[in-house]
Design a protein around this ligand. Structure first.
Ligand code: HSE
Length: 445
């Protein structure tokens, strides 16, 4: 039976900047196609933005524009509130008020969900409303839909993703041009790829918000951003990117979550990835997410992780879902975190000492007999197996006689705690002349 007589879904946008503007434009441009898919129209009828004039320029007479977002949230004619304000402050209050008013919510706010998701989803359950968040992770890539629905037959084993375009752009430029981090960051800011205050991106926080949400829906656990390990790219040097390349690896900022027997890994850090892997070849501001699951094997999802219309694509897909499901009993909808809420698992997030990875080490050492033997001896005591060792003349030989060299060691998998103990001992050797660089490596096989 056709549903095309159902009433139009009325949407209130909170914020009409880059993503809000894209959402308005795409909804209008594709309204007929969307109506054919959904069986009813979806229309932005109200917009809140502090810049009322600019908002009016975007929407014309198509929607009412107000400065006060609370007028949208309180309007009984609005069915769905789309929160595009960002941050934890006013955005959280507005989302909770919208839920309390019985409205469905779409949000692109990964920070809000990674930190306050448990409270927000509980409030939504109590009111029987949907909180949809496809746009919060990897922009236009439908990774939430894929994990929550497309892969629902599987036990997911791990997910590893390039989920921050800013840092991927910076790393690509550093590798391509052999430039240092600070130089490329300035270039990225000039080109608009990095914000004036880039802290959340370059320190890995944005990626950790997204990885936290991914871990929750992949494994059916609550969102636990406070347990995520977060390391950005600010300390990465062009030297290590070059050495990694010589060893057959690229360095990517990965968000990784992996199921182990007694817990779940949740971490963001620069990672060496074999250059022959597809994900190692994701360059510039693009995003990609690799999922390993027991039945399907490996799948990979690639696309734009930010931007006006790519993110609008995700926001509108959520609006389409809501338009289809708003008249369905709440229990028959896809649960917020993919698993029934009373079936969420208490499996802990593992401390980093328990995380298993292989490593790349770079050591500036005195070029003397027995130095390598001492280092490998300490690694062996910690049961850390070596995969490869290369030696290169140090870039900047300092000191009398310049009798120094760089040693690069690749290890097999080990518990991070063992590596930390080994590194303390190796660093204390008098023949180790500079702070050791240690980077995690993932084969992603
Ligand atoms: N700042 C993010 C990035 C975009 O660089 O990927 C939105 O999450």
């Amino acid at each position: 039976m056709s549903q095309s007589n159902q009433k139009t879904v009325r949407v209130g946008l909170l914020g009409i900047g880059t993503v809000g503007g894209g959402t308005f434009d795409v909804l209008r441009r594709n309204q007929e196609e969307i109506r054919r898919r959904v069986g009813r129209g979806i229309e932005v009828t109200m917009v809140a933005d502090l810049n009322v004039e600019r908002a009016r320029e975007v929407v014309g007479k198509a929607a009412e524009v107000v400065a006060d977002a609370r007028l949208v949230v309180a309007n009984p004619d609005i069915d769905v509130v789309v929160e595009l304000i960002g941050g934890y402050g006013i955005a959280k209050a507005l989302v909770l008020e919208a839920i309390a008013a019985g409205k469905h919510v779409v949000t692109a706010n990964k920070a809000l969900l990674a930190v306050h998701g448990t409270e927000i989803f509980a409030a939504a359950r109590a009111k029987g409303v949907i909180v949809a968040f496809e746009a919060a992770v990897a922009g236009g890539i439908p990774i939430i839909k894929s994990l929550r629905e497309g892969l629902s037959a599987n036990q997911i084993q791990w997910v590893a993703g390039i989920i921050n375009g800013t840092t991927n752009f910076i790393l690509s430029e550093m590798r391509d041009k052999g430039l240092d981090f600070e130089v490329v960051l300035k270039e990225a800011q000039q080109l608009g790829y990095a914000e004036a205050d880039p802290t959340f991106d370059i320190e890995g926080v944005d990626a950790a918000h997204k990885a936290t949400i991914i871990s929750a829906i992949a494994f059916g656990i609550p969102v636990q951003f406070d347990k995520a390990y977060v390391e950005g790219i600010t300390k990465l040097s062009a030297t290590d990117i070059r050495y990694a390349e010589q060893l057959g690896y690229r360095i990517k900022l990965l968000g990784i979550t992996r199921r182990q027997a007694h817990g779940i890994e949740l971490r963001v850090h620069p990672t060496l990835v074999p250059h022959r892997r597809l994900i190692a070849n994701v360059e510039g501001a693009m995003n990609a997410v690799l999922v390993q699951a027991d039945a399907v094997g490996t799948t990979m999802y690639y696309g734009k992780g930010a931007g006006s219309e790519p993110t609008a694509s995700a926001v509108i897909a959520d609006l389409v879902d809501i338009a289809r499901l708003m008249d369905v009993a709440p229990g028959a909808r896809v649960p917020h975190l993919a698993f029934q809420h009373d079936e969420l698992s208490t499996t802990p997030i593992l401390p980093m000492d328990e995380v298993v990875t292989s490593f790349y080490l770079r050591l500036r050492v005195a070029d003397q007999t027995g130095v390598l033997a001492k280092i490998t001896g300490i690694l062996a005591e910690q049961d850390i197996s070596i995969d490869a060792v290369i030696q290169r003349e140090a870039d900047e030989v300092s000191g009398e006689g310049g009798n120094q060299t760089d040693l690069m060691i690749l290890t097999h998998d080990t518990k991070e705690g063992r590596m930390r103990q080994a590194l303390v001992q190796i660093q204390a050797l008098p023949t180790v002349l500079a702070p050791i660089v240690s980077l995690r490596k993932e084969e992603l096989a």
